[in-house]
Design a protein around this ligand. Structure first.
Ligand SMILES: Nc1ncnc2c1ncn2[C@@H]1O[C@H](COP(=O)(O)OP(=O)(O)OP(=O)(O)O)[C@@H](O)[C@H]1O
Ligand SMILES: Nc1ncnc2c1ncn2[C@@H]1O[C@H](COP(=O)(O)OP(=O)(O)OP(=O)(O)O)[C@@H](O)[C@H]1O
Ligand SMILES: [Mg+2]
Ligand SMILES: [Mg+2]
Lengths: 158, 160, 160, 158
């Protein structure tokens, strides 16, 4: 299984529609400061429901919509290619209307709940507290965290 | 429950020892604060970078902490692989030769899983399979470019 | 008391504007949360990197935050100079061209104060007046070498 | 005024006696990870009485002595060249004996208290919370600190 494509619509610094095809193996994302590299990782976490708004450097959900507009919509679709063949498309759409905001999750086009999504991702070993994503500046987090928290990482695996 | 934990702990520990030795040329292992009753206490990492006496984890340097943390993450991956990994500038504290070592390790691990690594450092760009360039378009939004291999050199020379 | 504060604030603000423009090609300024009664609230930094709309400080990228913070530190130095500055890898989030800009700024500031800058990045090494090399001697303690200019190239090539 | 020399004896990763001559202008300190670069800045903060043990990555004072021995001594001397001519030597010696530890400060060879030292350094615009020293990893601290704390930096200057 691997991530084969990320489609970003009006999420953070991304405009109306951006398609990022991805391949297996070792891909480096590079570019000037402030260009949007970390926002790509934020978009992926957003779509998979793995993020908290703290991790997104956002105060309120409207900060996630391009240009911070308070009436608008953003969405991110992550498409995986499955080992057994076929694809799995995970999408999250955020609608903000003044102070109201709603997030809708979709699995292969059909609406689902966040816990449905977590369960399905869990069968592919993608977990919310999984150590497969390291945010910018967090690399030494494992060293500075309390030792009990570090042990709990192994608890999860067992 | 304790058996399942110990099985996971021992497996990750073995991986950690071999990966830490490869990444930082030293030796290190995981240790339970209370081996009799693991759930009553925490887990610590004992790591001596090349030729150094054991020190407290907190007194390590920025680069040493990064290599120790990355060794632990790779050890978890070997025990319980994830389909993809996304690392955002995990090489920021590393000197030139440690970035090289990490890039070689990533190259090797990428045979078993997909790695998406944000980096500004040249050795990473040079050892990757491909580079995705991100820039800010005139209209103020992010633009993503598929960088061809001969452009990799141009991107690498902008990195430092 | 308020007058003395406002005098300091206005001077630092003027410096911040010109330094931020030079370091990040954008425009920014300092703002008091309660201009009528400064001591009742805090101070925030308004900064738009080149061509961007104003955003909250927290949503800036790692590199943008570093340049904004450094502009503030240099602005304080211009108002109330210290005899020496010690910066430990303040360039860690910066891309190659921003490291160059910072190194040029440091070169310029170093005409008025002494700067001791720990860095692993090549543009910093190349623009410095001299490099002090630190290594770990066989006996396990740190050793300091005065690096001659022709060795600077060798050190720079080890950096990345 | 500038720092013309740092002499380090058994402080952290430094051995019996290390002398680091320093010049005006722009000096870069470089070298492999773990070689002792940040320890040089720690040594300077230690000598000038500007540091807390948290900032030193140490749990107890004996962690500051080479090899962490619990019976021993470390000292750092920072010598400044003054604009009006002559030098100013600031020294701090730490003696650890089991659980006891004592720090002694010297100004030009004569014992003094920490507040004498801070007063003397203040006349040269060297302050404990001065923004002239940025520790490793702290560069964006100014951005993440609360806005009141940021205002207080200007209060100090006024
Ligand atoms: N809702 C939004 N609309 C438009 N731009 C946004 C939004 N949220 C964040 N941004 C902008 O995105 C930029 C940050 O992007 P990002 O953090 O991905 O940069 P980066 O490429 O990782 O840079 P660095 O190399 O410095 O880490 C900031 O300039 C920020 O202002
Ligand atoms: N009391 C001590 N005795 C001996 N060694 C010590 C002592 N305290 C710390 N060290 C060692 O000093 C080393 C860290 O040095 P330092 O943080 O200065 O490295 P650095 O050159 O800044 O590296 P980096 O580039 O990774 O930041 C660690 O390996 C640590 O174990
Ligand atoms: Mg980033
Ligand atoms: Mg360091």
């Amino acid at each position: 299984m691997h991530l084969k494509c990320l489609e970003i619509e009006r999420f953070k610094s991304f405009g109306p529609y951006t398609r990022i095809p991805l391949l297996e193996g070792f891909t480096v994302v590079s570019g000037p400061n402030g260009s949007g590299k970390s926002n790509i990782i934020d978009a992926l976490l957003f779509a998979l429901g793995l993020s908290t708004s703290r991790g997104m450097r956002a105060e309120k959900l409207s900060d996630l919509i391009h240009q911070g507009v308070t009436h608008g919509e953003a969405s991110v679709t992550a498409t995986f290619h499955l080992d057994e063949g076929g694809d799995l498309a995970v999408c999250r759409r955020l609608r903000v209307n003044g102070n109201n905001s709603t997030s809708t999750y979709y699995l292969d086009g059909a609406v689902c709940t966040l816990s449905d999504l977590h369960e399905r991702l869990g069968t592919h070993h993608i977990y919310p507290e999984g150590y497969n994503v390291v945010l910018q500046g967090d690399v030494t987090g494992i060293i500075t965290m309390p030792s009990r928290e570090r042990r709990e990482i192994i608890d999860e695996l067992a | 429950k304790r058996d399942a934990f110990m099985q996971a702990f021992n497996a990750v520990n073995t991986h950690f020892q071999s990966i830490f030795a490869e990444l930082s040329d030293g030796d290190g292992h995981l240790a339970l604060e209370d081996p009799e009753n693991p759930f009553a206490a925490g887990l610590t990492l004992i790591a001596h970078p090349r030729g150094k006496k054991v020190r407290r984890l907190e007194s390590m340097s920025g680069g040493e902490k990064s290599l120790t943390a990355l060794s632990f993450i790779f050890a978890l991956q070997r025990y319980r692989p994830s389909p993809f990994y996304a690392f955002d500038e995990v090489d920021m504290f590393l000197d030139g030769s440690n970035v090289e070592r990490l890039a070689r390790m990533l190259r090797h691990e990428a045979d078993h899983a997909q790695f998406l690594v944000v980096s500004l450092r040249r050795p990473m760009i040079e050892r990757s399979d491909r580079v995705i360039g991100v820039t800010l378009a005139r209209a103020g939004h992010s633009q993503v470019l598929g960088v061809q291999l001969q452009q990799v050199e141009a991107v690498a020379s902008q990195a430092s």
